[in-house]
Design a protein around this ligand. Structure first.
Ligand code: MTE
Ligand code: LUZ
Ligand code: MOS
Length: 764
């Protein structure tokens, strides 16, 4: 079945928040953010804005009827700054006007004075000052302290990976209006309708039942709308409450880039020890997460970095420690992989460093240490159905490495300046929210008396195809064609208390709830059908219900059920069984299952100019028994390109004053079709997934992003083949500038690169 949004997307008929027809009298809101990264608000004056035609007013912290607090995990973030500001762009006041243009002009006339205070932009510095969020966490297996002695090879070092801008095509936004009796309906571009509802209720001082949140689809979320769609939706609702009128608030791209959090940058220290056979005996890593100015989802992201610090390797003695460090930049948030990619990047840096020191290729180390069934993860779960070796074997069978080495050596021998290199990137990703209680979902299904079906779940469509998969579920149970099934917008009055659509789990969780609901209706309908067909058993297929002899049309059966007063609606709830995790011992069984895979990435570097291309990516990915190969392939390809962008070209940069330097599309480069790999092939490892996977089709949203890490190491390998003595710090992304500076250290600018860039004035 094709993605149900295909036609709407290409014809422009798909609706987003910005497309909604507006009520008469709708007001427009824009947000005034702090001009500096850390300071104390001295004064806010709107005198000059007051005379502007269409200006309605400012809404600030003192207008909040409930609690000025949006922190989900830790209550450390006001919706609107009251006295202090902690990052540049932090929302201070909402400017409301009769038109969007008037609101923007009014904003430029508001005088906001902030007394500047020193700011911290380095996570290591924040850590040294004890400025951490929550507590430091440590996952350990075996006894690394005593294992170092047995190691033949020991390597230690440091590394860094930068953050990443989500760059969803649809920016953050919401439309809020009152319905009746103080009830507010918010149409939001959010992955977490319940988070919006809960937070709006808290800030507006209302009960949750007074807030309805509705989501048709998102023009991309990528984690950026798991938590950070909430403030904009709550601001629209607040402005609606204060003015009594409908309010639309949609961020312009520049505001979105300046005000919203990104993937967390990480710094890390590692130490790795191997025996003479290249087995990793011990590994230790310290992760410094740059959380930004508030907790947001950082503690949960940090936790996932720990869950994935050993990637898909079994290491008998390992310890990972991680701290969420508070800095004066935008509070960073969920982004596809949710901390996993950063933990895995550190692991791959350690392996690359060891390989370079020992004088072997990284894949020789990787291949010797892949996880097997029965191996224990550092958090106590035992690997079951591990496919790390199966994916590796298939990939290297399709791409014999000795042949690849010969081909590459021949190419490199003929090209003095261009060098080609490859890397293999195995992945392992745990499927489930790491917070056990979040692994639940619900669905509400109606079969109408004409036999048409409407389904509701807590899942949000953001391009990933979950709506298509949900329709497949209902179509499968009722034996109907997809066109008879309608998926409704995600709405908190129909499906309540939902987890965000995240952690790649939404098809599994919502799909299982939907299966339960559909099956219960089907059972009731089957009773009637057996009677109508005079048959002891019936089968639902091809729009009919077949008895042993004869059949009844599904539509006729629905009508008969109605006449016999049989309930044609059902609500069902699903909770993933057997999950548990103890945060005191840091052991348990947090994941329903794991997704594995392995990718070969080949890159060619122009060692004269520093530019490169990704020639080929070939992945063997563990999809389980894919329920929709087209959708799943799209997820894999999109994830790979997004991961390559993070690792190679998307240079998120904050200046030392906490100012976002990469604040527009002219200073932040995302991969386009030219940057995508010249050839991309994804093979399906067709082995059925665990029963916790919907139809044994494994979760696919996030894992493929991590193949992109291979791009970093393929480029690095090519550089080393050009200059074997090259000293190149582990610092991602590997931009062309960094390639040049590593190959020609004399060209590196003196002084702080970030400072230079700031002085260079990339600001708009
Ligand atoms: N694919 C598209 N097209 N757009 C998105 O925003 N988000 C990703 C992934 N794939 C995203 C996407 C992220 S971060 C997650 S967690 C999953 O989709 C969420 O959806 P799922 O649970 O249905 O896989
Ligand atoms: N969100 C969350 C996530 O709240 N918990 C998770 O474990 C998670 N994992 C991936 C992406 N989002
Ligand atoms: Mo995805 S980072 O779980 O929204």
């Amino acid at each position: 079945m094709k993605h149900i949004d295909l036609a709407g997307h290409v014809t422009g008929k798909s609706l987003y928040v910005d497309d909604l027809p507006l009520q008469q009298g709708t007001l427009f809101a824009v947000v005034l953010g702090s001009p500096i990264a850390h300071g104390r608000i001295r004064s806010i004056h709107a005198d000059r804005a007051k005379d502007l035609p269409g200006f309605v007013g400012l809404i600030g912290a003192t207008d909040i009827a409930g609690e000025n607090q949006i922190g989900g995990i830790i209550a450390d973030e006001p919706l609107l700054a009251d006295e202090w500001v902690h990052f540049q762009g932090q929302p201070v006041v909402i400017v409301v006007a009769e038109s969007e243009e008037a609101a923007r002009r009014a904003r430029s006339l508001v005088e906001l004075q902030v007394e500047e205070h020193p700011c911290v932009t380095s996570p290591r510095e924040a850590y040294a000052r004890g400025s951490i969020i929550g507590k430091e966490r440590c996952f350990q297996i075996g006894d690394p302290d005593s294992a170092w002695e047995q190691c033949r090879h020991l390597v230690s070092g440091q590394g860094y990976c930068a953050g990443q801008e989500h760059l969803y095509i649809e920016t953050q936004g919401a439309y809020a209006f009152t319905t009746e009796a103080g009830h507010i309906r918010i149409v939001s571009s959010t992955q977490g309708p319940t988070a919006v509802q809960r937070t709006a209720a808290r800030v507006l001082g209302l009960a949750m039942h007074a807030i309805e949140v509705d989501v048709r689809r998102l023009g991309g979320g990528f984690g950026g709308k798991e938590d950070q769609a909430t403030p904009w939706a709550v601001m629209a609702a607040l402005a609606c409450q204060v003015t009594g009128r409908a309010v639309k608030l949609v961020l312009h791209r520049h505001d979105d880039m300046m005000m919203t959090g990104k993937r967390h940058p990480y710094e890390f220290d590692y130490r790795i020890g191997l025996d003479a056979d290249l087995r990793i005996l011990a590994y230790e890593v310290m992760l410094y997460q740059d959380a930004g100015a508030a907790a947001d989802l950082s503690p949960a992201v940090l936790e996932r970095s720990l869950f994935h610090f050993n990637n898909s390797y079994f290491i008998p003695h390992a310890r990972a420690t991680a701290a969420s460090c508070r800095t004066n930049v935008t509070p960073h948030t969920a982004f596809r992989g949710f901390g996993g990619p950063q933990g895995m990047f550190a692991m791959e840096c350690a392996i690359a460093a060891a390989a370079e020191q020992i004088g072997v290729q990284a894949h020789e180390i990787q291949a010797r240490n892949l996880l097997r069934d029965g191996d224990e993860f550092p958090y106590g779960q035992i690997a079951q159905g591990a496919r790390a070796k199966a994916c590796w074997a298939r990939l290297t069978e399709l791409n014999p490495l000795d042949r690849l080495d010969r081909e590459i050596a021949a190419f490199n021998g003929q090209n003095p300046w261009k060098k080609r290199g490859y890397a293999i990137m195995p992945i392992c990703f745990g499927i489930s929210f790491t917070k056990t209680h979040m692994n639940q979902a619900a669905a509400l299904v109606h079969v109408y008396q004409d036999g048409s079906v409407a389904i509701n779940t807590g899942a949000v469509e953001m391009g990933q195809g979950v709506s298509t998969k949900m329709i497949q579920v209902a179509a499968h149970v009722f034996g109907l064609d997809a066109q008879h099934i309608r998926i409704e917008p995600t709405n908190t009055t129909r499906v309540a208390n939902t987890s965000p659509t995240a952690a790649s789990s939404s098809a599994d969780l919502n799909g299982h709830a939907l299966l339960l609901a559909c099956n219960r209706i089907k059972e009731r309908m089957a009773t009637v059908a057996r009677d109508l067909c005079g048959s002891p058993s019936v089968e639902f297929r091809e729009g009919r219900v077949h008895g042993v002899s004869g059949h009844v049309e599904f539509a006729e059966l629905a009508s008969q059920c109605y006449l016999r007063r049989v309930d044609l609606s059902e609500h069902a709830h699903y909770a993933t069984p057997s999950l548990h995790f103890d945060t005191v011992t840091e052991k348990g069984h947090p994941f329903a299952y794991h997704v594995y895979g392995c990718a070969l990435v080949i890159a060619t570097v122009d060692c004269l100019r520093g530019i490169y291309q990704i020639d080929r990516v070939h992945a063997v990915h563990d999809f389980g028994s894919s329920m929709n190969e087209a959708v799943d392939l799209g997820q894999a390809e999109g994830g790979i390109v997004q991961g390559l962008g993070w690792m190679t070209m998307e240079e998120l940069a904050f200046g030392q004053s906490g100012k976002l330097l990469s604040n527009s599309l002219s200073t932040y480069k995302v991969p386009d079709i030219y940057a995508a790999p010249g050839e991309m092939r994804v093979d399906f490892l067709n082995e059925p997934g665990s029963p916790a996977a919907l139809f044994r089709s494994k979760a696919v949203g996030e894992p493929p992003l991590m193949y992109g890490i291979g791009g970093y190491f393929a480029i690095r390998r090519a550089m080393r083949l050009f200059d074997t003595a090259m000293a190149c710090p582990f610092s991602a992304p590997m931009t062309p500038e960094k390639v040049l500076m590593a190959l020609y250290p004399e060209t590196a600018p003196s002084g702080d690169e970030r400072g230079t860039r700031e002085a260079g004035g990339v600001d708009r």
